[in-house]
Design a protein around this ligand. Structure first.
Ligand code: UDP
Ligand code: MG
Length: 338
Protein backbone atom coordinates (compact mmCIF):
# COMPACT_ATOMS: atom_id res chain seq x y z
CA UNK A 1 0.00 0.00 0.00
CA UNK A 2 2.69 2.37 1.05
CA UNK A 3 5.01 1.35 -1.78
CA UNK A 4 2.62 2.22 -4.59
CA UNK A 5 2.39 5.73 -3.17
CA UNK A 6 6.12 5.93 -2.81
CA UNK A 7 6.94 4.83 -6.29
CA UNK A 8 4.51 7.14 -8.01
CA UNK A 9 6.04 9.99 -6.10
CA UNK A 10 9.51 9.04 -7.24
CA UNK A 11 8.35 8.84 -10.81
CA UNK A 12 7.05 12.36 -10.44
CA UNK A 13 10.48 13.33 -9.28
CA UNK A 14 12.14 11.84 -12.32
CA UNK A 15 9.76 13.61 -14.66
CA UNK A 16 10.91 16.90 -13.24
CA UNK A 17 7.74 17.57 -11.27
CA UNK A 18 8.44 19.18 -7.90
CA UNK A 19 10.99 16.98 -6.19
CA UNK A 20 9.59 15.10 -3.25
CA UNK A 21 10.60 16.81 -0.04
CA UNK A 22 9.16 13.93 1.86
CA UNK A 23 11.60 11.02 1.87
CA UNK A 24 10.23 7.52 2.07
CA UNK A 25 12.27 6.66 5.11
CA UNK A 26 13.87 8.61 7.92
CA UNK A 27 16.45 6.73 9.96
CA UNK A 28 16.69 8.23 13.45
CA UNK A 29 19.78 7.56 15.56
CA UNK A 30 20.41 8.85 19.11
CA UNK A 31 24.13 9.36 19.65
CA UNK A 32 26.07 9.77 22.83
CA UNK A 33 29.81 9.33 22.73
CA UNK A 34 29.98 7.01 19.75
CA UNK A 35 32.63 8.78 17.71
CA UNK A 36 34.39 5.61 16.46
CA UNK A 37 31.17 3.99 15.28
CA UNK A 38 29.64 6.96 13.47
CA UNK A 39 31.43 6.85 10.09
CA UNK A 40 30.83 3.09 9.82
CA UNK A 41 27.25 3.48 10.95
CA UNK A 42 26.26 6.18 8.49
CA UNK A 43 27.90 4.26 5.67
CA UNK A 44 26.18 1.04 6.68
CA UNK A 45 22.76 2.69 6.82
CA UNK A 46 23.27 4.26 3.40
CA UNK A 47 24.44 0.95 1.95
CA UNK A 48 21.49 -0.89 3.36
CA UNK A 49 18.74 1.52 2.28
CA UNK A 50 19.95 2.88 -1.05
CA UNK A 51 19.74 -0.39 -3.05
CA UNK A 52 15.98 -0.37 -2.45
CA UNK A 53 14.14 2.18 -4.51
CA UNK A 54 13.33 4.23 -1.46
CA UNK A 55 14.52 7.76 -0.83
CA UNK A 56 15.87 8.22 2.66
CA UNK A 57 17.44 10.58 5.15
CA UNK A 58 19.54 9.79 8.20
CA UNK A 59 18.98 11.90 11.29
CA UNK A 60 21.66 11.62 13.93
CA UNK A 61 20.84 13.34 17.19
CA UNK A 62 23.87 14.13 19.28
CA UNK A 63 22.83 13.85 22.89
CA UNK A 64 25.49 15.91 24.65
CA UNK A 65 28.50 13.82 23.60
CA UNK A 66 31.87 14.80 25.03
CA UNK A 67 34.08 12.71 22.72
CA UNK A 68 33.80 14.79 19.56
CA UNK A 69 30.81 12.95 18.13
CA UNK A 70 29.01 16.25 17.57
CA UNK A 71 31.89 17.72 15.60
CA UNK A 72 32.22 14.61 13.50
CA UNK A 73 28.48 14.54 12.82
CA UNK A 74 28.56 18.15 11.68
CA UNK A 75 31.40 17.41 9.28
CA UNK A 76 29.69 14.31 7.93
CA UNK A 77 26.44 16.21 7.47
CA UNK A 78 28.24 18.87 5.45
CA UNK A 79 29.91 16.36 3.20
CA UNK A 80 26.91 14.20 2.38
CA UNK A 81 23.34 14.90 1.35
CA UNK A 82 21.61 12.08 3.14
CA UNK A 83 22.58 13.07 6.67
CA UNK A 84 21.04 15.62 9.01
CA UNK A 85 22.87 16.25 12.28
CA UNK A 86 20.80 17.53 15.18
CA UNK A 87 22.98 18.62 18.09
CA UNK A 88 21.31 18.90 21.47
CA UNK A 89 22.64 21.43 23.97
CA UNK A 90 23.35 18.87 26.67
CA UNK A 91 22.68 15.27 27.53
CA UNK A 92 18.97 14.67 27.84
CA UNK A 93 18.81 10.89 27.60
CA UNK A 94 18.04 8.43 24.85
CA UNK A 95 14.28 8.97 24.88
CA UNK A 96 14.61 12.73 24.51
CA UNK A 97 17.19 12.31 21.76
CA UNK A 98 14.82 10.03 19.89
CA UNK A 99 11.97 12.47 20.37
CA UNK A 100 14.14 15.21 18.88
CA UNK A 101 14.91 12.92 15.95
CA UNK A 102 11.22 12.23 15.38
CA UNK A 103 10.63 15.94 15.34
CA UNK A 104 13.10 16.52 12.53
CA UNK A 105 12.23 13.39 10.59
CA UNK A 106 10.14 14.04 7.49
CA UNK A 107 9.89 10.49 6.18
CA UNK A 108 6.73 8.51 5.69
CA UNK A 109 8.31 5.70 7.60
CA UNK A 110 10.64 6.13 10.54
CA UNK A 111 13.31 3.64 11.52
CA UNK A 112 15.20 3.93 14.80
CA UNK A 113 18.41 2.21 15.76
CA UNK A 114 21.38 2.57 18.09
CA UNK A 115 24.53 4.33 17.03
CA UNK A 116 26.87 1.72 18.46
CA UNK A 117 26.48 -0.82 15.61
CA UNK A 118 24.88 -3.32 17.99
CA UNK A 119 21.81 -3.18 15.77
CA UNK A 120 22.57 -4.15 12.21
CA UNK A 121 21.59 -1.51 9.62
CA UNK A 122 21.35 -4.35 7.09
CA UNK A 123 18.08 -5.37 8.79
CA UNK A 124 16.35 -2.10 7.88
CA UNK A 125 14.88 -3.20 4.50
CA UNK A 126 13.34 -6.24 6.14
CA UNK A 127 11.61 -4.08 8.75
CA UNK A 128 10.32 -1.74 6.07
CA UNK A 129 8.99 -4.65 4.05
CA UNK A 130 7.08 -5.84 7.09
CA UNK A 131 5.72 -2.33 7.61
CA UNK A 132 4.31 -2.43 4.12
CA UNK A 133 2.35 -5.53 4.91
CA UNK A 134 0.06 -3.15 6.74
CA UNK A 135 1.57 -2.77 10.17
CA UNK A 136 1.98 0.55 11.92
CA UNK A 137 4.93 -0.56 14.01
CA UNK A 138 7.49 -3.30 13.47
CA UNK A 139 9.73 -4.07 16.40
CA UNK A 140 13.06 -5.87 16.25
CA UNK A 141 13.60 -8.96 18.34
CA UNK A 142 17.28 -9.42 19.05
CA UNK A 143 18.35 -12.98 18.44
CA UNK A 144 21.45 -14.10 20.38
CA UNK A 145 21.80 -10.87 22.27
CA UNK A 146 25.38 -9.86 22.90
CA UNK A 147 25.23 -8.20 26.31
CA UNK A 148 26.35 -9.02 29.84
CA UNK A 149 24.28 -11.91 31.20
CA UNK A 150 23.64 -10.99 34.79
CA UNK A 151 23.39 -7.21 34.70
CA UNK A 152 21.57 -6.93 31.39
CA UNK A 153 20.01 -10.10 30.04
CA UNK A 154 18.33 -11.31 33.22
CA UNK A 155 16.72 -7.97 34.19
CA UNK A 156 15.71 -7.55 30.58
CA UNK A 157 14.02 -10.98 30.55
CA UNK A 158 12.04 -10.11 33.65
CA UNK A 159 11.19 -6.64 32.37
CA UNK A 160 10.03 -7.99 29.02
CA UNK A 161 7.80 -10.52 30.73
CA UNK A 162 6.33 -7.87 33.03
CA UNK A 163 5.80 -5.34 30.27
CA UNK A 164 4.08 -7.91 28.08
CA UNK A 165 1.88 -9.00 30.96
CA UNK A 166 0.93 -5.51 32.04
CA UNK A 167 0.61 -3.64 28.78
CA UNK A 168 -1.02 -6.48 26.86
CA UNK A 169 1.34 -5.99 23.90
CA UNK A 170 2.87 -9.36 23.17
CA UNK A 171 6.46 -8.69 22.15
CA UNK A 172 9.60 -10.57 23.19
CA UNK A 173 12.06 -7.71 23.21
CA UNK A 174 10.93 -4.22 24.12
CA UNK A 175 14.46 -2.97 24.66
CA UNK A 176 15.50 -3.39 21.04
CA UNK A 177 16.00 0.04 19.52
CA UNK A 178 15.71 -1.22 15.96
CA UNK A 179 12.10 -0.50 15.11
CA UNK A 180 10.13 0.85 12.19
CA UNK A 181 7.08 3.06 12.47
CA UNK A 182 4.64 4.75 10.24
CA UNK A 183 5.29 8.44 10.78
CA UNK A 184 1.72 9.20 11.87
CA UNK A 185 2.48 7.13 14.89
CA UNK A 186 5.60 8.92 16.04
CA UNK A 187 4.12 12.31 15.27
CA UNK A 188 1.87 12.36 18.28
CA UNK A 189 3.76 10.48 20.89
CA UNK A 190 5.42 12.17 23.80
CA UNK A 191 8.48 10.48 25.22
CA UNK A 192 9.41 11.11 28.81
CA UNK A 193 11.74 9.17 31.11
CA UNK A 194 12.81 5.91 29.52
CA UNK A 195 9.62 5.74 27.57
CA UNK A 196 11.16 4.92 24.21
CA UNK A 197 11.06 1.25 25.09
CA UNK A 198 7.36 1.59 25.72
CA UNK A 199 6.65 3.05 22.32
CA UNK A 200 4.94 -0.19 21.29
CA UNK A 201 2.74 0.00 24.37
CA UNK A 202 1.99 3.68 23.75
CA UNK A 203 1.29 2.89 20.12
CA UNK A 204 -0.97 0.08 21.22
CA UNK A 205 -2.94 2.54 23.34
CA UNK A 206 -3.31 4.58 20.17
CA UNK A 207 -4.69 1.55 18.39
CA UNK A 208 -1.66 0.66 16.24
CA UNK A 209 -1.10 -2.69 14.53
CA UNK A 210 2.11 -4.07 15.94
CA UNK A 211 4.37 -6.97 15.07
CA UNK A 212 7.94 -8.12 15.60
CA UNK A 213 10.67 -9.63 13.44
CA UNK A 214 13.91 -11.34 14.47
CA UNK A 215 16.95 -9.12 13.95
CA UNK A 216 20.68 -9.52 14.38
CA UNK A 217 22.59 -8.17 17.33
CA UNK A 218 26.31 -7.64 17.71
CA UNK A 219 28.63 -7.02 20.60
CA UNK A 220 29.71 -3.44 21.09
CA UNK A 221 32.87 -2.76 19.11
CA UNK A 222 33.73 0.69 20.42
CA UNK A 223 33.03 2.67 23.55
CA UNK A 224 30.87 1.28 26.30
CA UNK A 225 27.23 0.98 27.25
CA UNK A 226 25.66 4.04 28.83
CA UNK A 227 23.51 1.93 31.11
CA UNK A 228 23.86 -0.56 33.94
CA UNK A 229 21.57 -2.47 36.22
CA UNK A 230 19.98 0.75 37.54
CA UNK A 231 18.08 1.22 34.37
CA UNK A 232 15.82 -1.65 35.45
CA UNK A 233 14.33 0.48 38.21
CA UNK A 234 13.68 3.42 35.95
CA UNK A 235 12.03 1.08 33.51
CA UNK A 236 9.82 -0.30 36.27
CA UNK A 237 8.70 3.20 37.27
CA UNK A 238 7.89 4.01 33.67
CA UNK A 239 5.94 0.78 33.52
CA UNK A 240 3.72 2.13 36.31
CA UNK A 241 3.11 5.31 34.34
CA UNK A 242 2.22 3.33 31.25
CA UNK A 243 -0.12 1.05 33.15
CA UNK A 244 -1.87 4.07 34.53
CA UNK A 245 -2.06 5.75 31.14
CA UNK A 246 -3.35 2.66 29.47
CA UNK A 247 -6.15 2.09 31.91
CA UNK A 248 -7.17 5.47 33.17
CA UNK A 249 -6.16 8.08 30.66
CA UNK A 250 -9.69 8.83 29.66
CA UNK A 251 -11.61 7.75 32.74
CA UNK A 252 -9.81 8.37 36.04
CA UNK A 253 -13.08 8.78 37.90
CA UNK A 254 -13.98 5.17 37.18
CA UNK A 255 -11.07 4.11 39.31
CA UNK A 256 -10.72 6.75 41.98
CA UNK A 257 -14.43 7.33 42.21
CA UNK A 258 -15.12 3.67 42.76
CA UNK A 259 -12.35 3.25 45.32
CA UNK A 260 -13.40 6.44 47.10
CA UNK A 261 -17.06 5.53 47.24
CA UNK A 262 -16.32 2.00 48.47
CA UNK A 263 -14.17 3.44 51.21
CA UNK A 264 -16.79 6.01 52.19
CA UNK A 265 -19.58 3.43 52.26
CA UNK A 266 -17.49 1.08 54.42
CA UNK A 267 -16.63 3.94 56.77
CA UNK A 268 -20.24 5.04 57.10
CA UNK A 269 -21.40 1.45 57.68
CA UNK A 270 -18.93 0.93 60.50
CA UNK A 271 -19.87 4.35 61.90
CA UNK A 272 -23.56 3.45 61.91
CA UNK A 273 -22.80 0.13 63.57
CA UNK A 274 -20.84 1.87 66.35
CA UNK A 275 -23.51 4.54 66.81
CA UNK A 276 -26.09 1.79 67.09
CA UNK A 277 -24.03 0.05 69.82
CA UNK A 278 -23.68 3.33 71.66
CA UNK A 279 -27.36 4.29 71.53
CA UNK A 280 -29.01 0.89 71.92
CA UNK A 281 -26.66 -0.60 74.51
CA UNK A 282 -24.87 2.43 75.86
CA UNK A 283 -21.56 0.77 74.91
CA UNK A 284 -18.22 2.62 75.22
CA UNK A 285 -17.00 3.14 71.68
CA UNK A 286 -14.40 5.86 72.24
CA UNK A 287 -11.48 3.43 72.62
CA UNK A 288 -12.34 0.99 69.88
CA UNK A 289 -9.96 0.44 66.97
CA UNK A 290 -13.03 0.07 64.79
CA UNK A 291 -13.79 3.74 65.36
CA UNK A 292 -10.38 4.74 64.08
CA UNK A 293 -10.91 2.50 61.07
CA UNK A 294 -14.26 4.14 60.33
CA UNK A 295 -12.73 7.61 60.47
CA UNK A 296 -9.77 6.51 58.35
CA UNK A 297 -12.00 4.97 55.70
CA UNK A 298 -14.14 8.10 55.53
CA UNK A 299 -11.19 10.46 55.21
CA UNK A 300 -9.40 8.31 52.61
CA UNK A 301 -12.66 7.85 50.74
CA UNK A 302 -13.25 11.57 50.45
CA UNK A 303 -9.63 12.08 49.42
CA UNK A 304 -9.77 9.44 46.71
CA UNK A 305 -13.05 10.75 45.43
CA UNK A 306 -11.85 14.32 45.15
CA UNK A 307 -8.58 13.13 43.64
CA UNK A 308 -10.64 11.37 40.99
CA UNK A 309 -12.48 14.61 40.24
CA UNK A 310 -9.19 16.48 39.92
CA UNK A 311 -7.74 13.77 37.70
CA UNK A 312 -10.84 14.02 35.57
CA UNK A 313 -10.28 17.77 35.12
CA UNK A 314 -6.57 17.27 34.40
CA UNK A 315 -7.35 14.61 31.85
CA UNK A 316 -9.68 16.96 30.03
CA UNK A 317 -7.05 19.68 29.98
CA UNK A 318 -4.50 17.14 28.74
CA UNK A 319 -6.62 16.09 25.81
CA UNK A 320 -8.11 19.42 24.93
CA UNK A 321 -5.09 21.68 25.32
CA UNK A 322 -3.10 19.51 22.93
CA UNK A 323 -5.96 18.94 20.56
CA UNK A 324 -5.64 15.22 21.26
CA UNK A 325 -8.92 13.49 20.62
CA UNK A 326 -9.63 10.48 22.81
CA UNK A 327 -9.84 8.27 19.76
CA UNK A 328 -7.66 7.58 16.72
CA UNK A 329 -9.10 7.08 13.24
CA UNK A 330 -7.38 4.56 10.99
CA UNK A 331 -9.19 5.56 7.82
CA UNK A 332 -12.43 7.02 6.58
CA UNK A 333 -14.05 5.57 3.50
CA UNK A 334 -16.78 7.43 1.63
CA UNK A 335 -17.78 8.01 -1.94
CA UNK A 336 -19.06 11.51 -1.70
CA UNK A 337 -16.48 13.32 0.40
CA UNK A 338 -16.26 17.00 -0.44
N1 UDP B 1 22.26 7.21 24.06
C1 UDP B 1 21.86 8.53 23.99
N2 UDP B 1 21.78 9.25 25.15
C2 UDP B 1 22.06 8.70 26.37
C3 UDP B 1 22.43 7.33 26.42
C4 UDP B 1 22.52 6.61 25.25
O1 UDP B 1 21.60 9.06 22.92
O2 UDP B 1 21.98 9.40 27.38
C5 UDP B 1 22.35 6.42 22.81
C6 UDP B 1 23.66 5.69 22.61
O3 UDP B 1 24.62 6.50 21.94
C7 UDP B 1 23.23 4.53 21.74
C8 UDP B 1 21.83 4.23 22.24
O4 UDP B 1 21.38 5.42 22.88
O5 UDP B 1 23.16 4.90 20.38
C9 UDP B 1 21.78 3.05 23.19
O6 UDP B 1 22.71 3.20 24.22
P1 UDP B 1 23.65 2.01 24.70
O7 UDP B 1 24.24 1.31 23.54
O8 UDP B 1 24.59 2.56 25.73
O9 UDP B 1 22.60 1.06 25.42
P2 UDP B 1 22.59 -0.53 25.40
O10 UDP B 1 22.73 -0.97 23.97
O11 UDP B 1 23.76 -0.94 26.23
O12 UDP B 1 21.28 -0.88 25.99
MG1 MG C 1 24.09 -0.54 22.66
Amino acid sequence: MMRSGLISERMGEEQGVIAAIVPDVSVVVPVRDEVESLPLLVEAIANSVSPSQLSYEIICVDDGSTDGSAQLLKELAQSRNDLKAVILRRNYGQSAAMAAGFNYAMGKAIVTLDADLQNDPADIPMLLAKLEEGYDLVSGWRQKRQDAALSRLLPSKIANWLIAKITGVKLHDYGCSLKAYRSELTADMNLYGELHRFLPALAFIEGARITEVPVRHHARRFGRSKYGIWRTFRVLMDLLTITFMKKFLTRPMHVFGLLGLTSIVAGVAIGIYLTFLKIAFGAMIGNRPLLILAVLLLVTGVQLFSFGLLAELLMRTYHESQGRPIYRVREVVANNVK
